[in-house]
Ligand binder design. Structure first.
Ligand code: GLN
Length: 447
């Protein structure tokens, strides 16, 4: 009830939510009370959570911040939602996002722009901007976001909270509305690293309903990695991180963070990721190609927006899609369709896949010498609302440090590491595949 009160108080300023699920939350909280009375209690019993509105919630509207799905009510829960629900977590709302998770500021939402709680004239980042802002504004104890190219870590950085994208395959994508299936991954946004480990415990694990979910992993307790001691851990920083476009204030925070790691006993090493420069280009080809295919299902027949005025079947598809999708989504569909078309497939899509392999190899090589790689999450702090809407390329640059991590499928965590002009700066820690433990260990010691 206290969180629902808080939502009513701050939501008019922050606009983090597409739905407030009050009735559901009160019912769920009663169930949690009952669980506690029965002695059936765990870390998440009764804990209020907000879910990004691209994860399916049974009988609760799931819009992807798109007119296309404005009235879509899924008949089932995403696996992560089901997991949290079984533990007694209480969903209090569904968070705003960039339409279909395409964007870095929530300005591509068809419904509203979320404001950064640190400065309401600035963006919270995106696409999980509503999820990050809702944690920063205390509308929930934690939230879930999805990250295809940085959409958990970049908003976490801009809103001063902890956000983690797990290794591709660790968390089930079942019930997450697909953007780019080979890159999408769900993860927690939390107040601190301990909460991050708790939420990861709840959502990680094999799911037969997601064919890319990994099943040979032994289930880990991520809380066991929350140790102050990082003596001897080898931390790499890539010289390529400190190039053009990085704000001075962000650079200073990252440099002093490296010194803190050193004073904690870690060994700091310079590494090189030579193909980093090509990551954004490869990402926008691969993700748009996959998006153009995934979004083909919105044809006005199976579900979603249906046009009322049309001439024949083809026209119905066209008018439904023209009306239902926003500008950025259309831009990606066109880009992706072009990259996949015969004649251009080899020049764009296949080439991007080759670059993807080179970037993976860069990381494999780097991880021969270091245990984690540390650097900035985002090149700048939160920018002003409206500042980049007319310039998609400037917007895409917000993800320069996060997309390579998705391309390689690695785990990455962003945690607050200081302020620049009174705005939070995020530090990104990246680990080897399924090495979330050491990432959490480094983050916990730093925090
Ligand atoms: N900002 C990136 C994009 O627009 C990443 C989005 C995401 O991770 N969902 O594609």
């Amino acid at each position: 009830k206290a969180y629902l009160e808080r939502i009513k108080e701050v939501e008019p300023q922050v606009d983090a939510l597409i739905s407030i699920t009050e009735e559901y939350a009160l019912k769920k909280a009663e169930e949690a009370d009952k669980m506690i009375q029965d002695g059936n209690i765990n870390d998440l019993t009764g804990i209020p959570v907000i879910i990004k509105d691209n994860m399916c919630t049974e009988n609760i509207r799931t819009t992807c911040a798109s007119k296309m799905l404005e009235d879509f009510v899924p008949p089932y829960n995403a696996t992560v939602v089901e997991n949290l629900s079984n533990l007694g977590a209480v969903m209090v709302g569904k968070a705003n996002l960039d339409e279909f998770a395409m964007g870095s500021s929530t300005e591509n939402s068809a419904f509203k722009t979320t404001k950064n709680p640190w400065d309401l004239s600035r963006v919270p980042g995106g696409s999980s901007g509503g999820s990050a802002a809702s944690v920063a504004a205390d509308e929930c104890a934690f939230s879930l976001g999805s990250d295809t190219g940085g959409s958990i870590r970049q908003p976490a950085s801009l809103c001063g909270v902890v956000g983690m994208k797990p290794t591709y395959g660790l968390v089930s994508r079942y019930g997450l509305v697909a953007f780019a299936s080979s890159l999408d991954q769900i993860g927690p946004l939390t107040k601190d690293v301990t909460d991050c480990a708790i939420v990861l415990n709840a959502i990680a694990g094999h799911d037969p309903k997601d064919s890319t979910s990994v099943d040979k992993m032994r289930k880990k307790d991520y809380k066991e990695f929350l140790k102050e001691d990082i003596k001897g851990i080898r931390i790499g920083y890539a010289k390529e991180f400190f190039g053009e476009g990085l704000d001075d204030g962000v650079r200073e925070s990252i440099e002093s963070s490296l010194k803190i790691f050193e004073s904690l006993g870690a060994e700091i090493k310079e590494i090189s990721l030579p193909y980093l420069d090509y990551a954004l280009a490869a990402y926008y080809i691969v993700s748009s190609a996959e998006a153009s295919s995934n979004l083909a299902r919105y044809d006005g027949i199976r579900y979603g927006h249906v046009a009322t005025n049309y001439e024949d079947l083809i026209d119905m598809y066209m008018v439904s899609r023209s009306e239902g999708f926003g500008k950025e989504v259309k831009r990606r569909i066109m880009l992706g369709t072009y990259a996949l078309s015969s004649g251009y497939y080899d020049a764009y899509y296949n080439k991007a896949l080759k670059v993807r392999t080179l970037i993976k190899k860069d990381y494999e090589k780097a991880f021969e010498d270091v245990d984690v790689i540390v650097g900035p999450t985002s090149p700048t702090t939160a920018f002003k609302i409206g500042e980049r809407v007319e310039d998609p390329l400037a917007m895409y640059l917000a993800d320069v440090y996060t997309v390579p991590v998705n391309i390689a499928g690695l785990p990455g965590l962003s945690l607050p590491c200081g302020l620049s002009n009174d705005l939070p700066v995020g530090l990104q820690i990246v680990g080897r595949h399924f090495d979330e433990g050491i990432v959490l260990n480094a983050a916990y010691a730093f925090e």
